[in-house]
Ligand binder design. Structure first.
Ligand code: ATP
Ligand code: MG
Length: 365
């Protein structure tokens, strides 16, 4: 017997179907990796014509609270996973109740869905986040900002991504304007960290507790959105070891199964502060299929299926560049330049929307 929490052993065989909740580019790349391992992929997501659905064998276009669709989807697959952390945990519970394990589990999602729960959880397990304070009302904004040192960022607790739902605050602020800019949603204020660099640890963990890491990259953001990941990170070996060990502490404590990413700030005085984690494959790991023996998408599929992990060793140095909005129009130029080009097949282009990425490789230094 295997349980939803996972007790090891192969849940799944080539030829079986696995499920992905969510329909975005991460689901698409997971589905492609799964297909390469002989699996069929079924997706469930509310959007029609989603990037993942176009490479999947079967698709349920359904809301995450559609009990009938969730039940059918669950019955059609041996194991399910997620490509988007804001999947309602009730949807995961419904799939588990129908007898199909979901990896990672609902608790991992719940912790990552709420910035307050996430940062509190980091503290509880001995991982240091930036100083933060809870903000439930407009009146709490100024005291919260003062409590983190007067320079901070107001972030909504739920549903933020790519820097959305965030506003920088400094000194004496007009609380009503700040509150309006987060649409009066429950939030936190976090100290602004004048960091030397941002890096991330992307790892995979099996149900038996085996953990494998990719070499962490340095991440460069613009307007809150990841622009480039440079691999390997130029941080010192000591920083890299501390970053990996912090991410392992998190994955072990969650009894995590699959690929997980932890975003970190390295402060100018050498401290590593946890920003946030993603219970899924991560944009800062998009270079791994091109630059490593085993990439993050394949590794995630292996882990959730209970299969042996692959070797994450890196054979090339280089950089991953996100193609946002109209930048994806340059695909032909990138192909001609010899970059590895990955396009997500999104029907609609919008400013800042992640449309694809390119990976530029050079021999390992
Ligand atoms: N407290 C902070 N101090 C300094 N920079 C910050 C801080 N919080 C966020 N940033 C910058 O904004 C980026 C996005 O912030 P964060 O990761 O919290 O948001 P997000 O919307 O969840 O983003 P994503 O989903 O793209 O990772 C960070 O990677 C960092 O560059
Ligand atoms: Mg982030």
């Amino acid at each position: 017997m295997t349980s939803a929490s996972g007790t090891g052993g192969a849940l799944v065989k080539p030829g079986d179907a696995i499920g992905i909740l969510g329909g975005g580019q991460l689901g698409r790349m997971l589905a492609l990796a799964a297909a390469d391992l002989g699996l069929d992929v079924h997706t469930l997501a509310p959007e029609t014509d989603s990037p993942a659905s176009r490479v999947a064998r079967k698709t349920w276009v359904a809301a995450y609270d559609d009990a009938v669709a969730l039940k059918e989807f669950a019955a059609s697959v041996k194991v399910a996973t997620i490509e988007f952390e804001n999947i309602p945990t009730d949807a995961v519970d419904a799939i588990v109740a129908a007898g199909t394990p979901v990896r990672p589990d609902a608790r991992c999602l719940a912790v990552s869905q709420d910035r307050l729960a996430e940062k509190s959880y980091f503290r509880d397990i001995g991982i240091e986040p930036a100083a933060f304070a809870r903000v439930d009302t407009v009146d709490q904004i100024q005291p919260a900002l003062d409590s983190v040192g007067g320079s901070g960022v107001l972030k909504t607790r739920f549903s933020g991504y790519d820097g959305k739902g965030q506003v920088r605050l400094e000194g004496r602020v007009t609380a009503s304007a700040a509150w309006a800019s987060v649409e009066a949603q429950r939030s936190i204020i976090e100290a602004w960290i004048d960091h030397e660099r941002e890096l991330s640890v992307v790892l995979a963990r099996t149900a038996d507790g085996e953990v494998r890491f990719w070499d962490p990259p340095d991440n460069i953001h613009g307007k809150g959105v990841l622009r480039r990941s440079l691999f390997p990170s130029a941080a010192s070996p000591d920083v890299i070891e501390r970053a990996k060990s912090t991410a392992k502490t998190l994955a072990d404590s969650l009894d995590y199964v699959g690929v997980l990413a932890l975003e970190l700030f390295l402060t100018r005085d050498g401290r590593l502060l946890a920003n946030e984690f993603a219970p899924r494959v991560h944009n800062s790991g998009h270079w791994t299929p091109d630059a490593c023996i085993t990439g993050q998408f394949e590794q995630h599929i292996r882990a959730v299926c209970g299969w042996p992990l692959g070797d994450p060793a890196r054979h090339s140095d280089g950089e991953m560049i996100n193609l946002l909005g109209a930048e994806a129009n340059d695909w032909e130029k990138h192909l001609a330049d010899g970059a590895r080009v990955h396009l997500y097949g999104k029907r609609r282009t919008a400013d800042g929307r992640k449309m694809g990425h390119v990976v530029k490789l050079r021999p390992r230094g």
